[in-house]
Write a protein that binds this ligand. Structure first.
Ligand code: SF4
Length: 467
């Protein structure tokens, strides 16, 4: 859907003014914050924006949660029992708040957009000062100001969501980072809660995205991951700019060495995009392409919009077009109505596609989704058994996949150094494989050629190729 609704400038200005009013007093008092963030990369990136706004308000990051003057829970509703876990962790702060009444406790994130959850939480935990939804992120400094003035605030709107440009971001990485290109989702996969809590699809303008990437390149970032619930349906600039075109534009930003993106919905993966991946040197030879099931019957019930055959044809096209292409995926087992035969179809697809990693889940119902209302829920023991079988197969395929790298060389962007034994530098190949090799912190942020010498269960071992 072609939609771009911007948060009005005056709204953004209110947030900036609130941060300015708070800044001197908060920084003089040396107040600190701690953000506990749950869920996906989109949520992690929201946490970086929340941190950016807190820094603009004068806060500094606390090392430990219980030493912070402000604790913010950035919740996620996607995982099973998420509500139970978050409510438990918030409840555990009651004593801390009694000892330190000036402590500010806030809760935000997509769980707060779920029907009645924010209200329930606000009522159940009177010591929580502010609760706000994902559509209110830009209002955070103003809400915080009210909380610091002793007001309890609950601010959740059920809208399709808007785009807030120019929020400050406190990035956790130094060389790799994420840039959100679109928000929301229109797909309504029958098991998924995201479209209900994150709103309809809306794409940022390409100029705003490229401006952000250029600024990151100037700040020394080398690898960018373009983020969205379904980046393949990105339609920026009033529908004029496709994701493939955006990727070509990002590929020309000087200083950026690598581009990745996630998540890609198979039904929207175009040949234009595959060709772009093949043409653009900086676009990595890896794609995360969630398949979810290998059975056409189950894919239909999941409302995924593609068949097994279509998916496998995309895998073939990707492998034929992009050298050394690696695919990772997500798979749900035990979807309502999944038979043993359906599950065997998933196993055979996994063998055929040859994923280098699969994030596997047992189906569990999410309130408000159509799959939760389906008959034929699969018995938990059956789901568990299928998950084990799938994981065993994928582990064996991963072992074989890793073996193929031994003796080959590639370039690693060094992310850090593990000093548990001998210092080992680590980072990823363009294919998303993690490699460890002897080296120290001085290599961080550099692109280094390595030769792969051995495999480990989830990573590779290598040695530096001098010169
Ligand atoms: S594409 Fe499907 S699984 Fe992904 S966020 Fe949208 S509805 Fe959820």
């Amino acid at each position: 859907m072609l939609r771009k609704t911007a948060v009005p400038d005056e709204e953004l200005e209110k947030g900036r003014q609130a941060a300015l009013r708070l800044h001197d007093d908060i920084s003089f008092r040396g107040l600190s914050y701690f953000i506990e963030s749950y869920g996906c990369q989109m949520n992690d990136h929201d946490a970086e924006k929340l941190a950016g706004m807190l820094h603009a308000c004068g806060y500094r990051r606390a090392e430990e949660k219980l030493k912070a003057d402000l604790i913010l829970f950035n919740t996620c509703c996607v995982r099973e029992h998420a509500e139970l876990r978050v409510f438990g962790n918030i409840g555990a702060l009651k004593k801390r708040k009694e000892e330190n009444p000036s402590l500010i406790v806030g809760v935000c994130g997509c769980m707060m957009q779920q029907k009645d959850v924010a209200e329930k939480l606000f009522k159940r935990f009177p010591f929580v000062d502010l609760v706000f939804g994902t559509h209110e992120l830009h209002r955070f400094p103003a809400l915080l100001e009210s909380a610091l003035n002793g007001e309890r605030t609950l601010s959740v709107t059920q809208s399709d969501g808007e785009i807030a440009e120019g929020l400050p971001v406190e990035r956790s990485g130094r060389f790799q980072t994420n840039v959100t290109i679109m928000y929301g989702c229109d797909n309504f996969c029958s098991y998924c809660i995201v479209p209900y809590v994150r709103g309809r699809e809306r794409s940022r303008d390409s100029a705003d995205i490229l401006g952000e990437i250029k600024a990151l390149a100037e700040a020394g970032f080398k690898e960018i991951t373009l983020l969205g619930q379904n980046v393949n349906s990105y339609r920026g600039d009033g529908g004029q700019t496709s994701f493939a075109r955006l990727l070509r534009m990002a590929n020309s930003v000087e200083g950026i060495e690598r581009l990745r993106f996630m998540t890609s919905h198979p039904k929207d993966l175009s040949m234009e995009l595959i060709q772009t991946m093949a043409d653009c040197k900086k676009v990595c030879n890896h794609i995360h392409l969630p398949v979810q099931s290998g059975s056409d019957r189950v894919l239909k019930r999941m409302n995924r919009g593609y068949t097994r055959e279509k998916y496998l044809s995309l895998v073939k096209a990707l492998r034929e077009s992009v050298e050394g292409m690696e695919l990772t995926t997500d798979i749900i087992v035990g979807f309502p109505g999944e038979t043993e035969e359906d599950f065997l179809d998933t196993l055979s697809l996994v063998r055929e596609a040859g994923f280098s990693a699969a994030y596997t889940f047992m189906y569990s119902p999410r309130n408000g989704t159509s799959a939760a209302r389906m008959d034929e829920q699969v018995d938990k023991a059956v789901k568990k058994g299928r998950l084990e079988r799938l994981n065993r197969l994928q582990a064996e395929l991963l072992r074989q996949n890793n073996e193929r790298y031994v003796g080959k060389s590639g370039t690693v962007l060094v992310e850090g150094c593990d000093r548990r034994t001998t210092p080992m530098a680590y980072g990823k190949l363009t294919s998303f494989k993690m490699v460890y090799f002897p080296g120290d912190e001085t290599l961080e942020g550099q692109l280094k050629r390595v030769r792969i010498t051995k495999t480990q269960s989830n990573s590779l071992l290598g040695e530096l190729i001098e010169g």
